[in-house]
Design a protein. Structure first.
Length: 171
């Protein structure tokens, strides 16, 4: 078994902030044309318009159009996913990159309202991480129309130096 340096000795993540890989975001942005990154730091924002922790995205209205959300992965994750659902009901499309936590109550309460669930085959290597994530990931697509969701498994493309195309390939 490979040792994952992103974990503490008790098996939990050392950080709650996992920056989205550029190729993953580029493929999604080409599909959705994001207008705002609703959980960013100035150093890792994926859109020209973004909310920082000081902006408190959980208490503000999000822009109409497509919003990108790669939330902090700590205890606050649930609040961000519920907010994404709420904002989709107000007219936004929100694409959420999250760890797949199907055993959590919030997952079962919110994910069935998504229009799409895209399980990502393999583990993501987040920007700056020394290894792949210690958890599987999924993309949720919340739309004003809502669920029931279509479910897909997608495969990440590797960077060009590994001779793969940008974006996703269908299995």
């Amino acid at each position: 078994m490979r040792k994952t340096p992103c974990l503490t000795p008790d098996g939990t993540s050392k950080t709650t902030e996992w920056e989205t890989p550029a190729l993953l975001f580029k493929a999604l942005d080409e599909e959705f044309h994001f207008v705002c990154d609703v959980a960013a730091l100035p150093s890792n924002a994926k859109c020209p318009a973004f909310f920082t922790p000081d902006d408190d995205a959980l208490t503000r209205d999000w822009p109409r159009g497509a919003c990108w959300l790669n939330p902090p992965y700590g205890r606050i994750l649930e609040k961000f996913v519920r907010k994404a659902l709420e904002e989709s009901r107000r007219g936004s499309t929100v694409v959420v990159l999250i760890p797949t936590r199907t055993s959590n109550a919030w997952w079962c309460d919110t994910v069935p309202h998504a229009a799409e669930i895209r399980f990502i085959r393999g583990r993501i290597r987040f920007v700056g991480a020394p290894d792949v994530a210690p958890f599987p990931s999924a993309l949720l697509v919340f739309t004003p129309e809502g669920g029931p969701p279509t479910v897909k498994c997608i495969t990440q493309q590797r960077p060009a130096r590994q001779k793969k195309k940008i974006g996703f390939e269908k299995p």
